[in-house]
Design a protein around this ligand. Sequence first.
Ligand code: UD1
Length: 420
Amino acid sequence: MSVFRIEGGHPLTGTVRTQGAKNSVLPILAATLLSPGESVIHNCPRLTDVEYTLEILRRLGCRAEREGETVTVSAAAPTEWEIPDDLMREMRSSVIFLGAILGRMGRAELSYPGGCELGPRPIDLHLSALRALGAEIDERGGRLSCRGALTGADITLALPSVGATENIMLAAVRAEGITSITNAAREPEIVDLQNFLNALGAEVQGAGSSVITIRGGRPLHGGEHTVIGDRIAAATWLSAVAAAGGEARITGVDWRHLSTVTAVLSEAGCKIESAPNIIAIRAPERLRAVRPIRTAPYPGFPTDAQAIMMAALCTAEGATVFAENIFDSRYRHVDELVRMGADIRVEGKVAVVYGVPRLFGAQVTAADLRGGAALAVAALGAEGETILSGLRHVRRGYADLPADLRALGASVTEEEFRDS
Ligand code: UD1
């Protein structure tokens, strides 16, 4: 079994460059399917989720090649409209292909994504929006079959779902007429998708606000795009410095995309300075607890940064309350943090973290992607050595976590481990 061996208790210093955003690159790669031209995407991190997405494109009949951090996709003549079960199981978020396949091929078929590590992940909003655009959707035996020529429609989302907003944008680009999405998600990754679609010749406006308008049916051509920096990876490096002490510079990310995260770190006593594409952090001797952290859709505090921030605040002076409002099962890192000496009580969607003077290295296992990153953050601040397993989760979102942490002077190696 592969593990990360993390030697904690040493302050971090240095500069780390942030990878391209996982949550941008997946919908952008799905969008390449919409155009018969060639798409060139820069800043594509080498994540397992990205490699699965490229594999889906190939199975649909596209050419998809990577050279370094640049991926080229040619969707001149896709031949398939079905995502095979094996890939659907590997990557639940491949539901993001639904709108793109339907828009391009007039039909789409995939297995129902079901739940994931974070609890139930319903797609009712995706489906009712696609129906509003004219798709006929048959849900039988765990399969979803969609077909139909799409026409623009006014869609109001009951929740500002990121995935549903993206699916509608992708489908609506190929629908005849105008589509509007009210109560759209406002995440920076939605703006990135809009910019890429417009680079292909689409007419999408309003991303970043609650109303997005798509003028569908425009002829599309090839395009080139650079994916934005990953705000959650950047939040991970910042939290690592907050937990371990020291000072560092994080580059390659727009600081405005994580201002709610840096606000919490400032409140905890960190000195933060931000300039375009760079965030500098200096950690205090000891963090102090902060006012309640409630996860919320952007621009609120991101659910993806909840576990990571909790790991840093385990050793703060005082108690911090977390309320996880987006996903049901997003405290699976808590038991592992407790094994490292943390004092955390969970009651439903609320977790109270009572700061302890220090954590201790232990053998811990990642149960999901951000939970795994949180354990690495905790390990860096802990006394002694931590062995972190469950790396397949971590690799979904971090191209090379040990190398990035070593850029900050951390002692992290990957090795084969045999439990005695
Ligand atoms: C995306 C991100 C994920 C992030 C999340 C919230 C990707 C691949 N994933 O996930 O990393 O944690 O945004 O920022 O980009 N909901 C419904 N019905 C639906 C869709 C969603 O009830 O049809 C609910 C969900 O259960 C959840 C909430 O809406 O409670 C938000 O989910 P959503 O924004 O859709 O997250 P994802 O797009 O799945």
